[in-house]
Design a protein around this ligand. Structure first.
Ligand code: MIG
Length: 805
């Protein structure tokens, strides 16, 4: 042994298997210097736990899924143990203990580095995986950098990183889950360890990818499926799926730091209404409070909050307020006195309550890992809820404080009675704050859905909250980076995500704002926000042209609401995100990883968005396999091709997948306005069949969990030549009495039948968007063509409807 190494810097790896035992679906191994436990969760998901000494009590904030009983088999040879299901085979080399995963038909998916496997240096534990030929890595949540993370390394340590740059790391969120791809095979690895962790995807080495935590167990889930979508489904079986957000939270949301006083808030909202720019939510940032004291109102700026909020509601606008975890230390302040008395705050090991400075001055911080404190915090929303607030924006929960948010590692948290130091708890603090806000609001709001938004989080946060990507900047680069962040979050189980549209710090140029509104309209959470120090940043402040462009895209968002709502429902049901990196459906098409195409995504199942800088008039777009329609011109294009397309600032490149069914409604000023009784069902003809699951519910209660929804599959089959709207499921009656069928790309003169009777279609031209942006000739040059369609109206009866030709 090299004397120069101290014990703590000594590198040790898992040694020889000495004994093994299979109990149900759990294989336990003892090795000469550690233990391992492999649990078959389902045929495609194996959990691997590895420790040096003894396992600690099994507990996770992230994982709510339970193992399912499945067929499995253990085979033994002299040098190997082989655990297999119908989908996955794990070969464990006995000496030393090393893990290799194969498909059931023997193709190599992933293997430990032969020498290092799982190793320790002091308390730090790392698993090393051999880099495979051509291997790519995607996901890992809110991380800057390329879609393909090969050659990069990342740090997970929830951090308030104001004005982060395009390569900064870490940011606010920890999701230690990534997907590896090679040789036509896909797998996921989720390391469930909340300590500071590092992921290396072949950065500064040509040998391995690795994942590593400062302390605690090596505890990872290995997931295999033929498709990335299947891996996301399994990952969200483990870490949970979102619940339906309120419909209004899918509308346009306006924020700034800060709108005050009350008259100014009303003024902004009336401006939207006067200018006919749709709006659903207005935000109150920290100035609504009295001296930044959470759960209070500023006495003069907001002297009658209940009245303000009901006035806003009568204008069709919901109010969301910010909440920070820091509770001001001040005698007589209820939340402070009560929290202290009831022992709700985090403390030093000697029992002194931990204090740090943030907006209110010196503060204490609730212990969101303590069930009683979560309940305590949740109940504190009763005043805000009584005032009519129904949106809660959780900020600064990394924890951020003056002094760089460097809360001492030793600070103690309850950790569900099991006790943990901040060193272990930091990365989950934000998620547990959002959780207690969600649970409290849900309990108080009488079965109405709250909007919960958070900045910090950990794997599983999708169960409680939406997420925005913090303090971005008003730059072209940041706009593109934002698209990548949302796509990466979508690859990491988080569907309801958005960025500060227009950029948080600095002033956006008019064209940047206009383009960003377009991209924002095609992102799950659609909110403009800006810093205290910037100029006014509502859509009309950039001049008439930008106002018109903004109105067009925001309106388009509302017209697409039936499509968007169904995409959210898919996230609830399967974990499929709303923003879908092309890596989900076109995983092994290497073009999609190209630097210039890597930001592209599908918004929902069939609208391809190519986020593009506002400074360009032309852009190259990659259309993956299949056929595509240019949304703006209706022209059909062949996929598997790189095209150059026009993208002046009023034209965001958008393409519709051939075969797609896109349900739309008429434009409204907010989701509280009725969209009428006609659903516009667009069908874009193509060679491939498709299925779209149409979904509605009341949009604001949890009754859908008890069956009060309206759901029907819509299938298109170009070979059998029919479109079927299958019979409705669920007990909700549905909003629309009629459907206007709009057929794109069908030749005229076809004979159509509805069920068995003839149905006449008329040729027509429609404008999905709004051609007229302004009279400025610059914008008139590139026009939206009117789209040619065949139109007929039918009754939307609950029984199966068949259109054939
Ligand atoms: O120290 O509440 O990311 O959206 O406007 C800054 C003020 C605190 C940070 C958030 C930002 C918010 C701001 N907050």
């Amino acid at each position: 042994m090299n004397q120069a190494f101290t014990q703590s810097s000594q590198h040790n790896s898992l040694g020889k298997v000495t004994t093994h035992r299979l109990t149900g679906q759990v294989l336990s191994l003892e090795t000469d210097n550690g233990k391992a436990e492999i649990t078959v969760f389902n045929p495609g998901v194996f959990r691997i736990r590895i420790v040096k000494d003894a396992f600690t009590e099994d507990f996770s904030y992230a994982v709510t899924g339970k193992p399912e009983k499945c067929e499995m088999n253990l085979a033994e040879t002299n040098d190997k143990l082989v655990l297999s299901t119908g989908k996955l085979k794990l070969e464990i080399n006995r000496n030393p203990a090393r893990f290799t995963f194969y498909t059931s038909d023997g193709r190599l998916i992933n293997s430990d580095d032969k020498a290092f496997g799982t190793s320790w240096i002091g308390t730090e534990v790392t698993t090393y995986k051999k880099l495979q030929e051509g291997e790519r890595f995607i996901g890992l949540g809110e991380k800057t950098g390329n879609l393909d993370r090969r050659g990069s390394a990342y740090d997970n340590w929830n951090t308030d990183n104001p004005r982060y740059g395009p390569n900064d790391d870490p940011l606010y969120v920890t999701i230690p889950f990534y997907i590896g791809l090679h040789s036509g095979l896909a797998y996921g690895i989720f390391m469930d360890n909340t300590h500071r962790s590092r992921f290396n995807f072949g950065a500064s080495n040509d040998r391995f990818s690795s994942f590593s935590a400062d302390d605690g167990e090596m505890d990872y889930y290995f997931i295999h499926d033929d498709k990335v979508a299947g891996i996301l489904s399994d990952y969200t079986l483990l870490t949970g799926r979102m619940t339906m957000p309120p419909l209004w939270a899918l509308g346009y949301q306006q924020c700034r730091w800060s709108y005050f006083p009350d008259s100014e808030v009303l003024n902004v909202v009336r401006n939207f209404r006067d200018r006919k720019i749709p709006l659903d939510v207005i935000y109150l940032d920290i100035h609504y409070m009295d001296a930044y004291k959470i759960f209070t109102w500023h006495p003069t700026r907001f002297s009658n909050p209940a009245k303000l909020i009901s006035d806003l509601k009568s204008l069709g606008v919901h109010t969301t307020v910010i909440v920070d975890p820091g509770i001001k230390v001040e005698k007589g302040y209820e939340a402070y006195e009560d929290g202290l008395k009831k022992d709700m705050f985090i403390k030093y090991p000697d029992g002194q309550v931990y204090t740090a400075q943030v907006w209110p001055g010196w503060c204490h911080f609730p212990d969101f890992t303590k069930p009683a404190a979560r309940e305590w915090w949740g109940d504190k929303f009763s005043g805000l809820v009584a005032d009519g607030v129904d949106g809660f924006w959780n900020d600064m929960n990394e924890i951020a404080s003056w002094g760089g948010g460097t809360t001492p590692h030793m600070v103690q948290l309850d950790w569900e009675g099991k006790h943990a130091a901040y060193r272990q708890a930091k990365n989950v603090y934000g998620m547990e704050m959002a959780r207690s806000t969600y649970e409290g609001a849900r309990k108080l709001m009488n079965n109405q859905r709250p909007l919960i938004l958070t900045r910090a989080g950990y794997a599983g946060l999708q169960r409680y909250t939406a997420l925005w990507t913090g303090d971005n900047q008003a730059s072209e680069e940041h706009m593109m980076l934002g698209a990548r962040l949302l796509n990466s979050l979508g690859l990491s189980g988080v569907s309801f995500t958005g960025v500060d549209v227009g950029g948080f710090s600095k002033d956006a140029t008019p064209s940047l704002f206009a383009r960003w509104i377009g991209i924002g309209a095609f992102s799950p959470f659609f909110r403009s926000h800006t810093h205290y120090d910037t100029k006014s940043a509502e859509p009309w402040t950039y001049g008439e042209t930008v106002e018109n462009i903004s109105r067009n895209y925001i309106q388009l968002r509302y017209k697409l609401m039936p499509y968007i709502y169904a995409a959210f429902h898919e996230s609830v049901e399967t974990g499929m995100p709303v923003n879908r990196s092309l890596a989900i459906d076109y995983t092994f098409d290497e073009k999609i990883y190209n630097y210039i195409y890597q930001n592209q995504y599908l918004f929902g199942p069939s609208i391809l968005v190519a986020p593009t800088e506002s400074t360009r008039d032309l852009v190259k777009v990659y259309l993956p396999a299949g056929e595509w329609y240019n949304f703006h011109t209706g022209i059909k294009l062949q996929g598997n091709s790189e095209i150059t397309t026009e993208c002046p600032v009023h034209i965001l490149p958008l393409f519709i997948k051939a075969g797609a069914v896109i349900p739309m409604q008429k434009a409204v000023q907010s989701t509280s306005e009725s969209p009428g009784d006609v659903l516009y069902l667009h069908l874009f003809s193509g060679n491939e069949s498709s299925e779209f699951v149409y979904y509605e519910d009341d949009g604001n209660s949890y009754n859908y969990e008890k069956g009060a929804f309206y759901k029907r599959s819509i299938t298109f089959d170009p070979v059998k030549r029919h479109l079927k709207i299958l019979a409705k499921e669920g007990s909700f009656p549905g909003r629309f009495k009629k459907a206007q069928l709009l057929l794109h790309g069908f030749p005229e003169g076809l004979k159509f039948k509805l069920n068995n009777g003839a149905l006449a279609f008329e040729g027509s031209e429609i404008d999905l968007f709004n051609a007229l942006v302004t009279n400025d000739p610059q914008y008139l040059e590139t026009k939206h063509s009117k789209l040619e369609v065949l139109i007929a109206e039918i009754n939307l009866v609950d029984d199966e409807i068949t259109l054939s030709w």
